[in-house]
Design a protein around this ligand. Structure first.
Ligand code: NAP
Ligand code: GLV
Length: 326
C-alpha cells in the first residue's frame, strides 16, 4: 500500500483514504516542524499538507517517492510549485468551496472595522457605557460608499455580490478585466490600482501572494488612499508591508484596517499592531465554518487519492505545466 502523511487532524472521515493507503496523521495541535516534515517525506508516496507547512525545494528533493502533494487550502504560496513540477509531482488545492465563507468573513471584518464593533464591545465590558451620547463611537458609513476590490477572482467577485444590498459602487483591479456582462451585473468598473486607491472608501485585497503581489501595499499606496478609508486583507499577510500598515494607522493616514492574515503567522507577541484600536485582527479564519472546512478536507483527500492512483487531480495547481513538460 502507498504511504501518506497528513500534517494535522482533519475535520472529516479518513475511511475511504485508508482503503487506498497506509495513513499517518500528525495529531499535535502545532504543525510538525520543518525537520520532522523533512524526515517524514523521505518515505511517503502522498502528502496532505496545510498552508502552515513549508514545502520547499529541499523538502521536495528529499521526498524521493512522492507522487502527489495535496494542500487543504486554495492558496499555495507555501509550496515551491516549480520544484514539484520539475519532479512531475502534481499539486492539488481546494478552490471554490471556501469562497463564500471567506467573502462572508471579509464582510464581517469590513463592518466590524467601519462600525468599531471590537472597540464597542471592549467599551461596554469595561462598564464605560453611562448614557447615550451623540458622538459616542462614531464610525464610517457603509451604504453608498465606494468599494475597491483588488484581485477580482472567485472571492473578490463573491465580496462584490454581497455589496449589492448596500448600494455600493464597485471599482476593481485585477490582472485582466472581466467581461462586460459580469461587470454590469456586479455594478463593477475596472480601474488602475492607483485610481482604486484614490477613490475607494473601503479597499479589500483578494489576490494570491506571488512575487508580483508581495508588499503590493507600502507607503506609496497608503499615501494614495483617502484618510477616511479602511483596508481589509483576508488574502495573505505578505501582500501588505506591515511596518507601513502600522505607520499608516498610527498617523491616521488611513482610518482603519481589518486583517485576517499577518506576516508572519501567528502575529508576534511584540508586534506594535497589537496595540492599535483602529485595527481589527483575526487569526486566519476566513474559511473557518464547519461545513467549509469539511468540504476542504474532502476535496484534499479526493486530490490525494487521484494522485496516488496516477490519475489527473480533480483540482490541480500545476496540471497545465505538468502536461507541457511531458
Ligand atoms: P482566484 O479565484 O484565483 O482569484 C485571485 C484573483 O487575483 C484573480 O482574478 C487573479 O487574476 C488576480 N491576481 C493575481 N495576481 C494579481 C496581481 N498581481 N494584481 C492584481 N490581481 C491579481 O483566487 P481566490 O479563490 O479568490 O483566492 C484568492 C486568495 O485568497 C488565495 O490565493 C488565498 O491566498 C486567499 N484566501 C485566504 C483565505 C483566508 O482564510 N483568509 C481563504 C481563502 C483564500 P488571474 O485570474 O489573471 O490570475
Ligand atoms: C486559506 O487561506 C486558503 O488559502 O485556503
Amino acid at each position: 500500500m502507498p504511504k501518506v502523511f497528513i500534517t494535522r487532524n482533519l475535520p472529516t472521515d479518513l475511511t475511504l483514504l485508508e482503503k487506498f493507503a497506509s495513513v499517518e496523521v500528525w495529531h499535535e495541535r502545532q504543525p510538525p516542524t520543518y525537520e520532522v516534515l523533512l524526515s517524514k517525506v523521505r518515505s511517503i508516496d502522498g502528502l496532505l499538507c496545510l498552508l502552515t507547512d513549508k514545502i520547499d525545494k529541499e523538502l521536495i528533493q528529499a521526498a524521493t517517492n512522492l507522487r502527489v502533494i495535496s494542500q487543504m487550502a486554495v492558496g499555495y504560496d507555501n509550496i515551491d510549485v516549480s520544484a514539484a513540477t520539475a519532479r512531475k509531482i502534481p499539486i492539488g488545492n481546494t478552490p471554490g468551496v471556501l469562497t463564500d465563507a471567506t467573502a462572508d468573513l471579509t464582510w464581517a471584518l469590513l463592518m466590524a472595522s467601519a462600525r468599531r464593533i471590537v472597540e464597542a464591545d471592549k467599551f461596554t465590558r469595561a462598564l464605560l457605557w453611562h448614557t447615550w451620547e451623540p458622538d459616542l463611537l462614531l464610525g464610517a458609513d457603509i451604504t453608498g460608499a465606494t468599494l475597491g476590490i483588488i484581485g477580482f477572482g472567485r472571492i473578490g467577485q463573491a465580496v462584490a455580490r454581497r455589496a449589492s444590498g448596500f448600494d455600493m459602487p464597485i471599482i476593481y483591479t485585477s490582472r485582466n478585466p472581466c467581461n462586460k456582462e459580469l461587470e454590469n451585473r456586479l455594478n463593477a468598473q475596472f480601474v488602475s490600482l492607483e485610481t482604486l486607491l484614490k477613490q475607494s472608501d473601503f479597499v479589500t485585497i483578494h489576490t494570491p501572494l506571488t512575487s508580483d503581489t508581495y508588499h503590493l501595499f507600502g507607503r506609496t499606496q497608503f499615501e494614495m488612499m483617502k484618510q477616511s478609508a479602511i483596508l481589509i486583507n483576508t488574502a495573505r499577510g505578505g501582500i501588505v508591508n506591515q511596518d507601513e500598515l502600522y505607520n499608516a494607522l498610527i498617523t491616521n493616514q488611513i482610518a482603519g484596517a481589518a486583517i485576517d492574515v499577518t506576516d508572519p503567522e501567528p502575529i508576534p507577541s511584540n508586534s506594535p499592531l497589537l496595540n492599535l484600536n483602529n485595527l481589527v485582527i483575526a487569526p486566519h479564519i476566513g474559511s473557518a465554518s464547519y461545513k467549509t472546512r469539511k468540504k476542504m478536507a474532502d476535496m484534499a483527500i479526493e486530490n490525494l487519492i487521484a494522485g496516488l492512483k496516477g490519475e489527473q487531480l480533480p483540482y490541480s495547481v500545476n496540471s497545465a505545466t505538468l502536461t507541457q513538460s511531458d
